[in-house]
Design a protein. Structure first.
Length: 421
């Protein structure tokens, strides 16, 4: 029907093409006549239309310039075919067991963020709501958010912790399957909402709409909201001003990158009250794929035996761990998985065909580490990543140049990931 198509085009200008594609285009045009249109939709789609489209008061007229009346046929209607019972798991993202407050090594510049995480973890919620952590990749935002979630879950708090990508998937799934009640129950009948990477809301008008109402509901009920972003709320791009204003209701806390890998290990050792003789940090960085794990192991061994006085003594104490590292060979799959985890994407996104910046940069960094750590031939890397060897060479050189020039975001990501291998 031409009038319906014209209505959708007008709505794309008013509420965005993404919202129309997500919420309205799946609605089925069942039948129509000169003054009536019958639409098949889920209750969720109908409710969304009435809440967000009707208030716009856009003219919906036939060829004679007479109003067209909308009739809805939902799941409860007689003319709707009864679908199979829809199902979708609306669950929190899994929490990394290693990301706790005990394993976080705060720098002097990150003390405020760490103290806020401690306060939140005790369930004594501050007057700030929301709490927004912001900073570059590798600064520890995900670590702190995960640590807060671990601590609160241990106190039997109802915590829902997700990446913004997961929230988007849940919104889209609820729309398509008509799982309004399940969606709202999962996100609104909780004590604490923790969302990582809110900058991923950009250009997703339907997701922004749902997040706005979820935020409002929780905030009104006095529930704690903890968020993270790669920039301050005021610097977020292509996100509705009404959402940004709500992010600014609470407090925004910066997290900074360490000046060097050595400072991370020395700060961690200081918190563990572990003596670090000269050269020990360099030794751990050179010999272990996970220097932080080595510090933890050294601390545990030193408690049972003696304080560490030299690198030679540390090597003796960590002999079993060194042997284990030697037998657990690093593979392309492990490298790709760790890089995918770092960027919050899937391994198949790295080896896939997408050329978007979101996936292209992690792919180039994965090629760089596969070459650096495993000395994999360029042609073999081309087969692994589905590219020709010249593209692989160009990608690796781009990362090397960026790291050498301390060019962001490559330098930050490589610096952070180097501690994971």
């Amino acid at each position: 029907m031409k009038a319906w198509e014209e209505l959708l085009k007008e709505l794309e200008k008013r509420i965005g093409s993404e919202a129309v594609a997500t919420w309205l285009k799946p609605i089925i045009l069942h039948r129509f006549d000169a003054a009536n249109i019958h639409l098949k939709a889920t209750p969720f789609q109908k409710a969304w239309f009435e809440e967000h489209v009707l208030p716009l008061k856009i003219s919906f007229l036939n060829n004679n310039q007479r109003p067209i009346r909308i009739h809805w046929e939902t799941e409860a209607g007689k003319s709707m075919e009864k679908p199979a019972t829809p199902s979708m798991q609306i669950l929190s993202d899994p929490l990394d067991p290693e990301f706790t407050l005990d394993t976080f090594s705060p720098l002097a510049s990150n003390q405020m963020g760490y103290r806020m995480a401690e306060e939140l973890s005790q369930g004594a919620f501050p007057t700030f709501n929301p709490v927004v952590y912001f900073g570059p990749s590798g600064a520890g935002k995900t670590h702190l958010l995960t640590a807060i979630a671990h601590a609160l879950k241990a106190q039997n708090k109802k915590v829902f912790s997700v990446k913004m990508e997961t929230f988007t998937d849940h919104v889209v799934g609820a729309i398509r399957l008509g799982l309004t009640k399940e969606f709202r129950k999962a996100y609104r009948e909780i004590d604490v909402l923790i969302v990582d990477d809110i900058q991923e809301l950009a250009r997703k008008s339907a997701t922004q709409e749902e997040f706005f109402h979820t935020f409002n509901t929780l905030h009104t009920l006095g529930k704690q909201i903890v968020l993270s972003s790669n920039c301050t709320p005021a610097q977020l791009q292509e996100i509705e001003p009404r959402l940004i204003s709500r992010f600014e209701w609470g407090i925004a806390i910066p997290l900074a990158l360490p000046n060097s890998f050595t400072s991370i290990l020395e700060e961690k050792a200081r918190r563990l009250r572990l003596e670090m003789p000269d050269g020990l940090s360099d030794f751990l960085l050179q010999r272990f794929r996970s220097p932080k794990a080595a510090v933890n192991a050294l601390h545990a061994l030193a408690i049972r035996t003696e304080q560490v006085q030299s690198c030679e003594q540390a090597q003796r104490l960590l002999q079993d761990l060194l042997i284990k590292e030697g037998t657990e060979a690093l593979t392309h799959e492990k490298i790709i998985q760790r890089i995918a985890n770092h960027f919050g994407i899937r391994p198949e996104d790295i080896t896939g065909k997408s050329q978007t910046r979101e996936f292209a940069q992690p792919r180039q960094i994965a090629m760089y580490f596969c070459r650096k750590l495993l000395d994999t031939p360029f042609q073999a890397l081309g087969r692994l990543f589905g590219r020709d060897h010249s593209t692989v060479i160009s990608s690796i050189r781009q990362v090397e140049k960026a790291v050498s020039a301390k060019e962001q975001p490559y330098a930050e990501a490589v610096a952070s990931l180097s501690l994971a291998f």
